[in-house]
Design a protein around this ligand. Structure first.
Ligand code: AMP
Length: 226
């Protein structure tokens, strides 16, 4: 099978991790999440973690030098993945391309800032098992506690309204230019992320079916000719 390397792109709170959870096993893709890799460094209090923590708490992007090494470790030996949160700048895209990692498609989750603020301020996470919830769309059956491990749920440290604003500024100035880049490369698939979760998943599945059938069809033709 050809390699399957997919990027999830979209503003904070556009539902990237929900999409990843919903489609990765269906398409045999490993679910990779740069934000989680960074949060693990912070939790383990590594040298990198102690530095990047400040940027993350403010909602700013972490400087490129830290991301490059982590991204290389994360992606260079993998063939089938869905990555959320990388690349997030033109420099990151250039860097990983230079390392020979080429993507098959970029799924762009398109949603308004207003809708995203509503979603993020209601998001909750389990500090213990990392399960994600949403007070409106995906409430825990245990109320304020995690359904899986009963730990009290928390708001992510960077989900407060001021930090959300900064994350948006960063997204518009540094990440949004990637939309144009991937469109020019013919890799961009736009998903209407303002739909309810089921609609977003359906659109994503349809886009991935298209990506993989486009890739695999020339082979089928070649086999027919033999
Ligand atoms: P996320 O969970 O994807 O919203 O990421 C949380 C935070 O991690 C972001 O606000 C950034 O501070 C940092 N981060 C995640 N991915 C990247 C990246 N590719 N480049 C720079 N900073 C990142």
């Amino acid at each position: 099978m050809e390699s399957r390397k997919i990027v999830l792109l979209g503003p904070p709170g556009s539902g990237k991790s929900t999409v990843a959870e919903g489609v990765s096993s269906k398409f045999s893709l490993e679910d990779l999440y740069m934000g989680q890799v960074l949060r693990e460094q912070v939790a383990k209090e590594t040298i990198i973690g102690n530095i990047v923590k400040e940027y993350m708490l403010k909602g700013e992007l972490v400087p490129e030098d830290f991301i490059f090494g982590l991204a290389y470790l994360l992606l260079s030996s993998k063939d089938n993945f869905l990555i959320d949160g990388f690349p997030r700048t033109l420099k990151q895209a250039e860097y990983i391309d230079g390392k020979g990692v080429t993507f098959n498609a970029v799924l762009f989750l398109d949603v308004s800032e207003e809708e995203v603020v509503r979603r993020l301020s209601n998001r909750r996470v389990c500090p213990s098992c990392k399960a994600q919830y949403h007070l409106l769309f995906l409430p825990s059956k245990e109320g304020e506690n995690c359904e899986k491990c009963q730990t009290k749920l928390e708001r992510r440290a960077d989900d407060d309204p001021e930090t959300i604003k900064t994350r948006f500024r960063e997204y518009h100035s540094k990440t949004a230019p990637l939309i144009e880049l991937f469109m020019r490369k013919g890799l961009l698939y736009k998903i209407d992320a303002s739909l309810p979760p089921k609609g977003v998943l359906d659109e994503t599945v349809a886009a991935l079916n298209k990506v993989f059938s486009i890739q695999e069809s020339p082979k089928v033709e070649a086999e027919k000719e033999e």
